[in-house]
Design a protein around this ligand. Structure first.
Ligand code: NAI
Ligand code: MHF
Length: 286
C-alpha cells in the first residue's frame, strides 16, 4: 500500500524508523530489533539508507524482510549525493522487485571526507528520476528550523516548494525539541502553498551522547527545559532513558492536541523505547 493512502485515512498515525546494520555480522541483531518494532503494529516503518560501501543492499534486504514476513507497510530511504545514476537506477529496480512502493528520497549527508559523486546535488533531482522509473509514493525531508547548510530560511522554503513540485507525496520533518518551532513552520509552508501531509519527526533522546550527535547532524535548538533534563539525568542511564521517553511522549501528546495527525518516531532500533512511547499513548491512539 502507498503511504499516502495510510495518511489519508482519518486517523492519527504512528510510524517508527530503523536503520540497517553497517556490517553483515550485525544483520541478525538489527533484523530481530526491527521485527520487535513491527510487532507493535505501527502504521508503517521506514528503513534508512546505508550510503557507504555495500550497505545499501541491507536497506533493501531489511525492508523486504519486514514487508514480506511481518506484513508491515515500509518506506525505504534512498540518498543520491554519493551515488551515480546507474546505482540509483539499480536501487529503484531492487525496491520494485521487492514489492516496495514507497521511497524516502533524500540528498543524503555529505560524508566526513567530503567525497560526493557528481550526478546529483539536490533531492529534487532524485525525486524526478524516481517518478520516471515507476509509480512510487515518494517522501521528502523538511527542516522546521531551516536546513543547516541553508543561510536564509526563506530560500529553504522555496527549495522545499521546488522539491514538492518535483513529486513529493508527503514530507517528514527533521527532529525538533520545541513544538512551537513546528507550528510556526507549518504556518509558513502552508502560506507558501505547500499542501502535502507533514509527518512530525520525533527523536527520543535516551542518552547524552545521542543528544550531541543528533544536534550536530541537525542543528536543532535544545530548549532550556530539555537541557536541564539532560544536565541532571545525563549521567544516570536509567533515569535519562525514562526522562527521554517521557519528554518525547509529552511532545507527541501536545502535537496531537494541536491537530498534528502524523507522528514519526526515530526509534533508532530500540524496541523498548518504541514500545514505551506507544504505551504512553495507548489511550490516545486508539
Ligand atoms: N529529516 C529526515 O528525515 C532525514 C534527513 N536526512 C538528511 O538531511 C539532509 C538533506 O537532505 P534533503 O533534505 O533530502 O536535501 P535537499 O536537496 O532537499 O536540501 C539540501 C540543502 O540544499 C538546499 N537546496 C535544495 N534545493 C536547492 C536548489 N535548487 N538550489 C540551492 N540549494 C538548494 C536546501 O535548502 C538544503 O539546504 C541530508 O543530510 C539528508 O541525509 C537524512 C535522513 C532523514
Ligand atoms: N542530517 C541528518 N541525517 C540523518 O541521517 C538523519 C537526520 N538528519 N535526521 C533524522 C534522522 C535521525 N538520524 C540519526 C540521529 C542520531 C544518530 C545517532 O545518535 N547515532 C549514534 C549511534 C546511535 C546508536 O547506534 O544507537 C552515533 O554515534 O552515530 C543517528 C542517526 C538519522 N536521520
Amino acid at each position: 500500500m502507498k503511504i499516502v493512502e495510510v495518511l489519508n485515512q482519518d486517523k492519527v498515525t504512528l510510524s517508527f524508523e530503523v536503520f540497517p546494520p553497517k556490517k553483515m555480522d550485525d544483520y541478525t541483531k538489527v533484523e530481530e530489533a526491527a521485527h520487535q518494532i513491527a510487532s507493535l503494529h505501527p502504521d508503517f516503518m521506514s528503513i534508512t539508507y546505508g550510503a557507504g560501501g555495500g550497505t545499501s543492499q541491507y536497506t533493501v534486504d531489511l525492508a523486504r524482510d519486514l514487508y514480506q514476513r511481518t506484513g508491515t507497510e515500509v518506506i525505504a530511504h534512498l540518498t543520491c549525493v554519493t551515488s551515480t545514476r546507474e546505482h540509483v537506477s539499480h536501487m529503484i529496480q531492487s525496491f520494485k522487485q521487492a514489492g516496495i512502493e514507497n521511497i524516502m528520497a533524500l540528498r543524503g549527508d555529505i560524508p566526513k571526507d567530503g567525497k560526493v559523486a557528481h550526478d546529483y546535488s539536490y533531492a529534487y533531482q532524485l525525486i524526478r528520476e524516481i517518478k520516471e522509473h515507476g509509480d512510487f509514493c515518494i517522501g521528502g525531508a523538511c527542516y522546521p528550523e531551516g536546513h543547516v547548510e541553508c543561510e536564509h530560511k526563506k530560500d529553504d522554503i522555496l527549495h522545499l516548494k521546488q522539491k514538492v513540485e518535483a513529486g513529493c507525496d508527503f514530507l517528514t520533518t527533521q527532529m525538533f525539541f520545541d513544538n512551537n518551532v513546528l507550528y510556526n513552520f507549518l504556518y509558513r509552508i502552508r502560506e507558501a502553498g505547500i499542501q502535502v501531509p507533514i509527518l512530525a519527526g520525533i527523536m527520543p533522546i535516551t542518552n547524552k551522547k545521542q543528544l550531541s550527535r543528533s544536534v550536530q547532524m541537525s542543528g536543532t535548538q535544545v530548549p532550556e527545559r530539555f537541557k536541564a533534563i539532560v544536565d541532571h539525568f545525563g549521567d544516570d542511564p536509567q533515569a535519562m532513558k525514562q526522562a527521554g521517553i517521557i519528554y518525547a511522549s509529552e511532545q507527541i501528546i501536545d502535537l496531537i492536541a494541536n491537530g498534528i495527525k502524523h507522528i514519526h518516531v526515530y526509534s533508532m532500533n530500540k524496541p523498548d523505547v518504541a514500545a514505551a512511547i506507544q504505551n504512553n499513548l495507548s489511550g490516545i491512539l486508539k
